[in-house]
Design a protein around this ligand. Structure first.
Ligand SMILES: Cc1ncc(COP(=O)(O)O)c(C=O)c1O
Length: 393
C-alpha cells in the first residue's frame, strides 16, 4: 500500500484548469496533465518560497544543475556535464526556439507521425515545412520505417528532426538500436536531432527509457535534448524545463535563441519546484508508476470484456492510452465530437497527431481509478450510441 493517495478525487474545476474548462457534465480526459497533486516535497518547497514573500527576479543556482545531474545519473544512467544544461521555461518554447535558431525559413523538419500535435505548430508557425515519417503499425505495435526516414532526411532542404522519446501518443520506448540508427542516418545527412524526452520518467515499473544523447558519441554530438519535471511531477503550470546540449557549437546557438526569445529566465517558483521534485520526488514517482500500471490494466481488461471494438495499443510509457478504433470509424474527429456531446467524455481525436492517427483516440488515464472507470463507462455508452446512430436505430 502506497503512502501517497492517488485515489483522492480532487476538484479542479475551481482552479482555472485548461483540461477542466468544460461543461459540468463533461469528463475531460484529453490534455496531458494529471488529476493528482504534485509530490509533498514540491508542495513544501513552494510553501517555503511563498512564506518568504518576495518574488523578484531569480538566477539559476547550483542546486538546480545538481538536481538534474543526479536525477539523470541515478535514474537514467546518463552522466550530464553541468556545462551542457540550460534552463528554459518549457519544452514547447524550447522546441520553437530551436526550430528558429537551427533551421531557415522554408526548410524541412522531420517528425514521426502520429506524434504530439504541438510539434506541428512549432514547425509551421515558424514558416518551416513538416516532413512526416509515418510509423509502421503492425500487429498492435509501432516501429520505424527507416527506409522512408532516410529518404526524408536525405532531402536537401531537411535540416532538423524532432524525435519524441518516449513517444507521445503511442507510448513507445525507443530501443538503443533504433536510437543508434536514427543517429547514424541523421549524421549521414547532416540533420540535427532534437529529442523531446519530457515523458521519460513515466515508464512502466521496471522499464527505463534511453536518453538519445547517451547512445553514442555521434548521437551526443548531433543532438539537443529537451527535458522537464513537468509531466513527471504534474507541474506544467510552473514553467520549468531544461535543454541538454553537449556540443558547444550547437549549445551556443540554442542558448542564444532561448535568450533572444526570452525563454531563459525562471519565475519565482520554477527552480525550487524542480529541485524538490528531482531531489525528493523519487518515491512518489515510483508509487505513481505502479498506480499508472494498474490504470493501463484497468483499461485493457475493460475494453477486452466490454468494448472489444476498441483495442488499446500496448504502451510502455506515458499515461496516455492510444486506442485503435478503426473497426468503428476512420473519422475519429466525428467520433470524439459525438462522445463529448452525447456521452460527456472529452478525449482527443487521432487525426490531431497527423494523418496516420485517423481511426485512433488518445485517452489521458492520469486520474483516480474511480474516475478512469467512469470515463470507460462513458466511452462504452458513447460508442454504443454512435453505432446505433450510424445504423439508423
Ligand atoms: C511530447 C511533449 N512535449 C512537450 C509537451 C509540453 O511541454 P511544456 O509544457 O514544457 O511546453 C508535451 C505536453 O503534452 C508533450 O507531450
Amino acid at each position: 500500500m502506497s503512502e501517497f493517495n492517488f485515489d483522492e478525487m480532487i476538484d479542479r474545476r475551481s482552479s482555472d484548469s485548461l483540461k477542466w474548462g468544460c461543461d459540468p457534465d463533461v469528463l475531460p480526459m484529453w490534455v496531458a496533465d494529471m488529476d493528482f497533486r504534485s509530490p509533498p516535497a514540491v508542495m513544501h518547497a513552494l510553501e517555503e518560497r511563498i512564506r518568504h514573500g518576495i518574488f523578484g527576479y531569480s538566477v539559476i543556482p547550483d542546486r538546480w544543475y545538481d538536481a538534474y545531474i543526479s536525477w539523470w545519473r541515478n535514474r537514467h544512467d546518463f552522466q550530464i556535464d553541468r556545462s551542457w544544461l540550460v534552463f528554459s521555461t518549457g519544452v514547447v518554447p524550447s522546441l520553437s526556439s530551436i526550430v528558429r535558431r537551427l533551421t531557415a525559413v522554408g526548410e524541412n523538419v522531420v517528425v514521426q507521425v502520429p506524434v504530439y500535435n504541438i510539434f506541428f505548430n512549432s514547425i509551421l508557425n515558424n514558416g518551416r515545412h513538416i516532413l512526416e515519417n509515418p510509423l509502421i503499425y503492425r500487429d498492435g505495435a509501432y516501429s520505424i520505417d527507416f527506409e522512408d526516414l532516410e529518404r526524408k532526411l536525405a532531402h536537401s532542404e531537411t535540416t532538423l528532426m524532432i524525435l519524441c522519446n518516449p513517444h507521445n501518443p503511442v507510448g513507445k520506448i525507443w530501443s538503443r538500436d533504433e536510437l543508434a540508427e536514427i543517429g547514424r542516418l541523421c549524421a549521414r545527412h547532416h540533420v540535427t536531432v532534437v529529442s523531446d524526452e519530457i515523458h521519460c520518467d513515466l515508464t512502466l515499473p521496471g522499464r527505463d527509457y534511453i536518453p538519445f544523447a547517451s547512445v553514442s558519441e555521434l548521437c551526443m554530438n548531433i543532438s539537443v535534448t529537451c527535458v522537464a519535471p513537468s509531466k513527471t511531477f504534474n507541474m506544467a503550470g510552473l514553467q520549468s524545463s531544461a535543454v541538454i546540449c553537449p556540443d558547444l557549437f550547437l549549445r551556443q546557438r540554442v542558448e542564444r535563441g532561448l535568450n533572444t526569445d526570452e525563454d531563459a529566465e525562471p519565475n519565482a517558483f520554477a527552480v525550487d519546484a524542480a529541485v524538490a521534485a528531482y531531489a525528493e520526488g523519487g518515491e512518489w514517482l515510483d508509487a505513481l508508476r505502479e498506480y499508472l500500471r494498474t490504470s493501463r490494466s484497468i483499461t485493457g481488461i475493460f475494453l477486452e470484456n466490454r468494448l472489444p471494438a476498441v483495442k488499446p495499443v500496448q504502451g510502455e510509457a506515458t499515461y496516455l492510452q492510444w486506442l485503435d478504433c478503426r473497426s468503428l470509424t476512420s473519422d475519429t474527429k466525428k467520433l470524439t465530437a459525438f462522445l463529448k456531446s452525447e456521452a460527456g467524455l472529452w478525449v482527443s481525436a487521432g487525426e490531431a497527431y497527423g494523418s496516420s492517427g485517423a481511426g485512433f483516440l488518445r485517452l489521458n488515464a492520469a486520474c483516480p481509478h474511480e474516475r478512469l472507470r467512469e470515463g470507460l463507462d462513458r466511452l462504452e455508452r458513447g460508442v454504443a450510441l454512435f453505432q446505433q446512430r450510424r445504423a439508423g436505430v
